[in-house]
Design a protein around this ligand. Structure first.
Ligand SMILES: N[C@@H]1[C@@H](O)[C@H](O)[C@@H](COP(=O)(O)O)O[C@@H]1O
Length: 271
């Protein structure tokens, strides 16, 4: 059962980004996983393989739990990438995103064809290898989180919307590093690496479908900054409005300050 907030013209409807708001985090995660599973099955049926990108962050936990237990996905033919990784952090560190990718996706599904960003390896070589692998064919569906500062992957504000490299090395700003301490994987900011490998905004927008999963009260300000007004590098995830097939999943807490002022965002309340 749904209730729609925004009214749209037919033209706007064709271009509108969808935001779906759920009563709680679990309902949101289950619905997002259903959409993701459908997209993966569709790609598998159409061409025999599916190429996905996963976000590896606290916000993705319940979503990935639901997705990895979805029925009838031939994971043997799924190829997986991840969005970002800290430079210099070993995979044994609890904050390592490739550790999360392995534990929350690869080991749960048995995916054999996956690409880890070895942030503690030879970075130039990692970029060369992963940029080639990522660019070799289109991504069918990409899962995203949105940071408390509105970042997508590690594209902190002001985000560079023009950089062409699929993955690049970025400098993390202090607000972003402080937010990572809040995730409880780092004891204080001095422990948080200053650089990361991040997928670029241009590369993110190349995916055929984007699905952002953004629960919790700490994300309310970012959702307000990204979706209440227009596209701005100061609110990096606002760029999702420019994609033709993007859906943002929220719970009531992350949606608390959402009041989009234009018809180009279609908001649905799910019960
Ligand atoms: N760089 C990562 C992103 O890949 C992630 O999507 C986002 C949200 O993370 P979380 O939802 O755990 O706050 O920020 C992290 O720092």
């Amino acid at each position: 059962m749904r209730r729609t907030l925004s009214s749209r013209s037919i033209a706007a409807e064709q271009e509108a980004m969808d935001i779906r708001i759920f009563p709680n985090r679990n309902a949101m995660a289950a619905a997002a996983a259903e959409q993701a599973a459908g997209a993966i099955r569709k790609a598998l049926a159409a061409k025999g393989n599916a190429r996905i990108v996963a976000a590896t962050a606290a916000s993705q936990k319940e979503f990935l739990e639901n997705l990895t237990s979805a029925a009838e996905i031939d994971w043997a033919n799924v190829e997986a990438f991840h969005l970002d990784e800290y430079v210099g952090l070993p995979i044994s560190h609890p904050g390592s995103f490739r550790k999360m990718l392995k534990e929350q996706l690869v080991e749960k599904t048995g995916i054999k064809n996956y690409h880890l960003l070895h942030g503690d390896g030879d970075i130039a070589e990692v970029l060369r290898e992963k940029n080639a692998a990522l660019s070799s064919a289109p991504i069918d569906i990409m899962f995203l989180g949105i940071g408390e500062n509105g970042h997508l992957a590690f594209n902190d504000p002001p985000a560079d919307f023009e950089v062409e490299d699929p993955y690049l090395v970025v400098q993390l700003d202090e607000a972003c590093r402080q937010q990572q301490v809040g995730e409880a994987w780092f004891s204080d900011i001095s422990q948080v690496p200053e650089r990361a490998i991040s997928m670029s905004i241009k590369q993110i927008l190349k995916a055929k479908e984007l699905l952002a999963v953004v629960p919790g009260p700490k994300k309310a300000d970012a959702i307000c900054a990204c979706f209440n007004s227009g596209v701005s590098p100061m609110a990096p995830a606002s760029i999702l409005r420019r994609h033709s097939n993007a859906t943002v999943y929220l719970d009531r807490e992350s949606a608390a300050l959402l009041h989009p002022r234009d018809g180009a965002i279609h908001v649905t309340f799910e019960r």
